[in-house]
Design a protein around this ligand. Structure first.
Ligand code: HPA
Length: 283
């Protein structure tokens, strides 16, 4: 597996979007609502395919980065949920895999080029907040980008957005409220809080978790923040959802493992998929 260091810019985005639209035998724009599915949370896309949606492997899309991480499938799914056209990214790439941030956010930019203006970004995360338990779902209210990188560094391409995009409501207040409303009708007790995005791939030390807690973080993970920065830049409205797959380092007696992350994600997948499928036509 190789990790191209090429900076993927606007022409690459246009080429990828055109190839996808072509495969879907559709003229751009394709969908208004997009979803990025994190580790072990891909079953929403499986449901959309079962209901007649189409899937395209990332490898068949020009310039699309492919993930090396277990639990990340690597395909784009297009379909309808109660009549609403949706585009789902089943699997993502991470900065820690060796890709530059421009590659990490490339799929989000392609979704935007395909007409996506509302985006649900999901992830598996370690729980830090008081009372958080593995299996909890958290509505992301805000984030801390502690990756040491930003996908917008370098020359700004005004076709994507402004040089200095506002991040004061990166996670839409409107979509958060909607999510709590839908969660309530489904009988879900959703958590809320701040997601801290770190580079990884090592899990945090207990000292780092104590620091993150003092910084106001409620959950920690290795994704999402770059995608949300790129989405804000594009003017896309974002809903962020974390699946708390484990208590963060030092908060329980067990060691952290990717197997535990995948296992918990699988356990709550139905609850999670139900919520997302209910939300999609209501965004
Ligand atoms: N830390 C970082 N990333 C994660 C975790 C964690 O505890 N759990 C799932 N992704």
């Amino acid at each position: 597996m190789s990790f191209p260091q090429e900076t993927l810019g606007h022409p690459h985005v246009v080429a990828a979007a055109a190839a996808i639209a072509d495969k879907l035998r559709s003229s751009i724009p394709v969908a208004a609502v997009g979803v990025v599915l994190g580790s072990g949370l891909g079953s929403v896309a499986d449901v959309v395919v079962e209901r007649g949606g189409s899937a395209i492997d990332y490898g068949a899309i020009p310039h699309f980065p492919t993930s090396s991480v277990e639990g990340h499938k690597g395909r784009l799914v297009f379909g309808r949920v109660e009549g609403t056209p949706v585009l789902l990214l089943q699997g993502r790439v991470h900065r820690y895999e060796g890709y530059p941030a421009s590659s990490v956010v490339f799929p989000v930019r392609v979704l935007h080029a395909l007409g996506v203006r509302k985006l649900i970004v999901t992830n598996a995360a370690g729980g830090i907040g008081d009372g958080f338990r593995p299996g909890d779902l958290m509505v992301i209210e805000d984030h801390l980008n502690l990756t040491g990188d930003n996908p917008l560094s370098g020359p700004n391409d005004a076709r994507f957005g402004p040089r200095f995009p506002d991040m004061s409501e990166a996670y839409s207040r409107r979509l958060r409220k909607l999510c709590f409303d839908v969660g309530e009708t489904r009988g879900l007790a959703l958590q809320r809080g701040v997601y801290a995005g770190l580079l990884g791939p090592s899990y945090e030390t207990p000292a780092e978790i104590r620091m993150l807690k003092s910084f106001g973080a409620h959950a920690v993970g290795m994704s999402t923040v770059h995608e949300v920065i790129a989405a804000s830049h594009l003017g896309v409205e974002v809903l962020g959802l974390s699946c708390v797959t484990n208590l963060a380092a030092g908060l329980s007696s067990t060691k952290l493992s990717h197997d535990e992350v995948k296992e918990t994600a699988t356990q709550v997948e139905q609850e999670f998929s139900g919520l997302v499928l209910d939300l999609l036509p209501r965004l």
